[in-house]
Structures are given as C-alpha cells and as structure tokens.
Design a protein around this ligand. Structure first.
Ligand code: DLL
Length: 432
C-alpha cells in the first residue's frame, strides 16, 4: 500500500493494520527484550492476551527510567550486528538516552520523514535547507534521510554560523527551511544584519519543531521570513523527527503517522487512558521499529488527540500542539535539560550548597540559562578570584554534561528562598 492509501484509509482498515502490527510487536518484545518480558510477567499479561487494540491497556508502560536502567543498549530487540546507527539525547541525570536503528529502521525513518515533508507540500523540485543539528541529536540526520528519500535536494547546513546560512539560502535558492522555531527567528535577524530582505529569497515554507512554540511565535516566523511555518513533532525514543506533522490544511494539530506510532493520552496521575479530546500525557507504542521498539512509552509531553476529519483528506488522528510537559524538562536552544543534571554537577562540587535555581530567559531569539548557586560560608568570604574560579568550574562542568553554556551566579548562603514543599528549581521567564 502506498502512503496516500494508508493515510486516507477508513478507520477500521487502519485499525486492523495497527492490531496486526501490535500483536507481532508484543510477541517480539516478549521473546527478545528481557526487561520488558519481566514487566509483562509481573503484570500477568502474555502476548496472546492482546486480541484487540483496547487490550493495549493491559500492557505495562515504559519510562525514561526504564531506559536509564538498561543504559546503553539493554532494551534493544536485535543483535548489535544488525544495528547500523545510534543517536542519543539527554537523560535525567548523567546518562543519556540511547536509541538504535537497523537498516530497515533507517529506511522507515526516511519514509515517515518524507511523508511529513509531503504534508507541508515539499516535492522533488524543492531545495531544502536543513538547519537541524547533525550529530547525536536526531534532528539533522533524521530530516536529511527523509529529504533524500523524497528526492528533493538537501543542503546539510546544520546549526550555527547564521550569516553564512542566510547567504546560502539566497545564493542556492532554498525553498524550504528546516530548523527549530527559535533558530528560524535567529536567521531572520541574521538577514537584517547582512542586508538580505525576504524578497530576495525563494523560501516558501518552514518546518519547525524540537521545542515548544506558540501561535504568536509562528506569526513572527511567518512575517519575518515571508513563509508559511508548520509544526513537526518527534522524539528520539520513538524515532526522532517524523512522528507527527501539521499539513497545510490543518487549522490546528498534527497528523500522527499512526500506522507506525500508536498514540494514547493518559491521565499523568492515575495513568488511566483518557477519551479523545481530553488533555493528558501523550504515550506512544512503536508498531514497526526493529532495533529499539517501545511499548506504551510515556513521553511526558502534554497534548490532546482528535479524530475530526481534516481538509486534506487524511484520516490519521491529530494531536494538538505540545505546549508543556508533566516533568521539569526544559529545552534550551534545542537541547533537553533536566534540573537533576545541574544538581548532579553541583552535588559533586566542593564549596557549594545543594540549593540552586535555574533561570531561563530569552535574549533576542536565544534562550539564556543562568544557574544561581548558594556557596558555603567559608567560600563566600574568600577572595573574588576564588569565587570566579569556582563559577568557571561549574560552568565548564555543566557545559560538559549538557552541551549548553550557562551563566553561573554564585549567591550568598541562605539567599535562595526555601520552599515548604517542592523546591522551585526553575524560573522560566521565556514567553513562549
Ligand atoms: O527533538 C526530535 C525532533 C527533531 C523533532 C526535529 C522535531 C524536529 P528529542 O531531542 O528527543 O527529539 O526531544 C524530544 O522535544 O518529547 C518534546 O518535549 C520536544 N518537542 C519535539 N518536537 C516538538 C514540537 C527531537 N513540535 C522532545 N513542539 C519531545 C513542542 C516538541 N515540543
């Protein structure tokens, strides 16, 4: 079946494909992934118990903690010889979340990504400027393979060096921009800096994701770059970019590539599935992945699912724009940051107290993270030089762990407000 047929199937047809794939997946996981088999045994559920899609609810959830416990490759379902690529993103403490792909997985990823590009009207004739970061982050390479699979031309420019990027966009005649929404605004500023106006570009559409962005930010991107800006969603654990995508007709919401990624919304406290239309935590089961399949993975992203038909004719379910999370993960310049990672660095540092606060602001279009740390009495009365050295050390260690440069502000002992319940570790002043 080709994409067009799958994406416009009546629900019953799609659901029967999903059920067959789900049953095969559960058998495979039970046979090959010991930690998941143990979870199923504990829950008293066997692969043969999955008779309908509703039976999905019998299966145990998977969380980031499970990934951490099996770090780095313990949840892989194929021998390492069959794994041809790994990617990684931040975990909650020192350990990153590692994901793997077989050759078939890479082809699958390219095809879902190509389908997403198609939803935004991208065709073989397009010149696609791919400014997602290349490397362990899934954005750059994930999009790259999709652009090639579609047959469009890819400019693998990655992030950084914005002035050069806008010159390339003008000279190469880029028609599509792929970047985080904040980087798109950065490129708009770089255009002003080098004196290039949107009229000199052939840019038509921007495909932006990897971080939350508001409708007002969309308007700004569209106005400053003179393009149509659409949302793309994904996460490393599920495949990377290519899980869901807004089409050009959708008033709101992104089509989920449900033949591969089976979505649920659950109440984050009770973990009970919620009906369509209700807001809760998004959970995914990967129906077709080989190396790193996941069953009922809790994304911690907050969204809503709705089945109303879309003007484009696709019958795929849609998810609402993700605007928040159920945990404290922050996305700073596209990098996932957990306060616990910062804490990990501080706890191992001589002379500082375990009292800290992370302040996030936006200067221009860039996220700025400042870490306020209380120092011990004896250090505080020390010379400025000692304090400077300490703050540079913390900054370097945070950069090492997260890959993000932050400002470190050492503050007086007992100056960070103590809370009576949950400590408020994060003050996010960005207006998203
Ligand atoms: O950010 C994959 C990606 C790359 C998606 C390029 C889109 C474009 P991770 O680094 O694993 O993967 O981060 C995943 O980022 O759980 C969300 O919290 C957030 N996120 C991703 N896309 C969106 C979006 C990539 N469109 C985490 N809107 C996810 C809001 C998003 N948040």
């Amino acid at each position: 079946m080709n994409w067009n047929e799958i994406e416009t199937l009546p629900r019953a047809g799609l659901e029967s494909i999903q059920l067959k794939r789900l049953q095969a997946l559960v058998h495979r996981m039970y046979e090959r992934v010991l930690p998941y088999r143990e979870k199923m045994d504990q829950a008293g559920v066997k692969p043969a118990d999955i008779r309908t899609l509703v039976d999905l609810r019998k299966l145990p959830f998977t969380t980031k903690d499970d990934l951490r416990a099996s770090y780095p490759f313990g949840l892989f379902a194929t021998p390492m010889d069959d794994v041809i690529r790994v990617h990684a993103s931040s975990g909650t403490t020192g350990k990153s979340t590692v994901v793997g792909y077989t050759k078939t997985d890479i082809e699958l990823w390219a095809s879902v990504m190509a389908r997403c590009l198609t939803m935004a009207g991208v065709t073989r004739g397009d010149m696609v400027h791919n400014a997602y970061g290349y490397g362990l982050f899934t954005g750059g390479l994930g999009a790259h393979y999709g652009i090639e699979a579609l047959g469009a031309t890819v400019i693998p420019v990655s992030g950084g060096n914005s002035r050069r990027q806008v010159t390339i966009m003008r000279d190469f005649g880029s028609t599509v921009l792929l970047s985080t929404p904040s980087y798109a605004l950065n490129l708009a500023d770089a255009m002003t800096d080098v004196g290039i106006s949107p009229d000199e570009l052939r840019l038509r559409v921007g495909i932006h994701g990897a971080e939350p962005w508001s409708e007002s930010m969309r308007e700004e991107v569209e106005r400053k770059l003179g393009i149509r800006a659409v949302d793309i969603y994904g996460l490393s654990e599920i495949i990377g970019p290519g899980v869901a995508m807004e089409c050009l007709h959708s008033e709101h919401g992104m089509h989920i590539l449900e033949d591969n990624f089976l979505p649920e919304i659950v109440d984050p406290d009770t973990l009970e599935p919620l009906p369509y239309g209700e807001t809760g935590e998004l959970v995914f089961t990967t129906l077709t992945k080989e190396a790193f399949p996941l069953i009922r993975y809790r994304t911690k992203d907050i969204s809503r699912l709705f089945l109303e038909p879309c003007g484009c004719g696709r019958t795929l379910i849609r998810m609402e724009k993700v605007t928040g999370r159920t945990d404290d993960m922050l996305i700073i310049r596209g990098v996932n940051v957990f306060p616990s990672q910062v804490e990990h660095v501080l706890v191992g540092t001589e002379g500082v107290e375990p009292h800290y606060q992370i302040e996030v602001t936006r200067e221009g279009n860039l996220d700025v993270m400042a870490v306020l740390v209380e120092v011990s009495e004896h250090i505080f009365s020390d010379e400025i030089k000692v304090l400077e050295k300490l703050s540079k050390k913390i900054q370097a260690e945070i950069k090492d762990m997260l890959g993000v440069t932050c400002k470190v502000k050492l503050v007086e002992p007992r100056s960070i407000q103590r809370s009576e319940g949950k400590a408020q570790r994060v003050i996010d002043k960005r207006k998203l």
